[in-house]
Write a protein that binds this ligand. Structure first.
Ligand SMILES: Nc1ncnc2c1ncn2[C@@H]1O[C@H](COP(=O)(O)OP(=O)(O)OP(=O)(O)O)[C@@H](O)[C@H]1O
Ligand SMILES: [Mg+2]
Length: 168
């Protein structure tokens, strides 16, 4: 890998992909706000990454920008927190870490929300095959300086994220 460019964009036949560094927590939150500006009802974002990778920090940045709620709580125990964006779109933030059996998902109502809401899901692996096919994936990983972000999605996201700048 060459040292630069620092932003690597790969738009092959298979879909959308973008890698970039997030030097501190504020950059993670700004990225959440920037991506939020591209989202609309029906979009699901899976937030993938180890404990402490920055998933909630990203979600908080998006929730602050879209719903005007600062310092949104982590849904660690409530599992789902519900918001409404400035234009009236429901915005759900889920943390499924504590889900032990897929049947526990039934009462959360996430699947009902996929069509008319923006849904952010931490620990999406707990959803198994219930995850919508068109979901965008954000993977966060620890880096020597801050975090690395990797976004990937299907071909429809190529148009949706055309010219996207995670720095806002
Ligand atoms: N780019 C970054 N560089 C350095 N620290 C960061 C960065 N982004 C977030 N952090 C910090 O990492 C810590 C963990 O963040 P956060 O709670 O968002 O992680 P998480 O992925 O939601 O964890 P969990 O799996 O426990 O829910 C916080 O202290 C946050 O400020
Ligand atoms: Mg979290």
């Amino acid at each position: 890998m060459p040292a630069s460019p620092r932003f690597a964009k790969r738009e092959g036949m298979t879909g959308y992909s973008l890698d970039f560094p997030l030097t501190d927590a504020a950059a993670t939150a700004r990225f959440g706000a920037a991506l939020g500006a591209r989202l609309r009802a029906g979009d699901t974002i899976q937030l993938v990454g180890d404990l402490g990778a920055g998933k909630t920090t990203f979600a908080r940045g998006m929730i602050a920008a879209l719903a005007g709620v600062e310092d949104a709580p982590s849904p660690t125990y409530t599992l789902v927190q519900a918001y409404e964006t400035h234009d009236g779109t429901p915005l759900l933030h889920a943390d499924l870490y504590r889900i032990e059996d897929e049947s526990e998902l039934d009462e959360l109502g996430l699947e009902d929300a996929f069509e008319d809401s923006i849904v952010l899901i931490e620990w999406p692996d707990r959803m198994g095959r219930r995850m919508p096919e068109g979901a965008l994936t954000l993977k966060l990983s620890l880096a020597p300086e801050g975090r690395m972000a990797h976004i990937s999605g299907g071909t429809e996201w190529k148009d949706r994220l055309d010219g996207f700048d995670p720095r806002g």
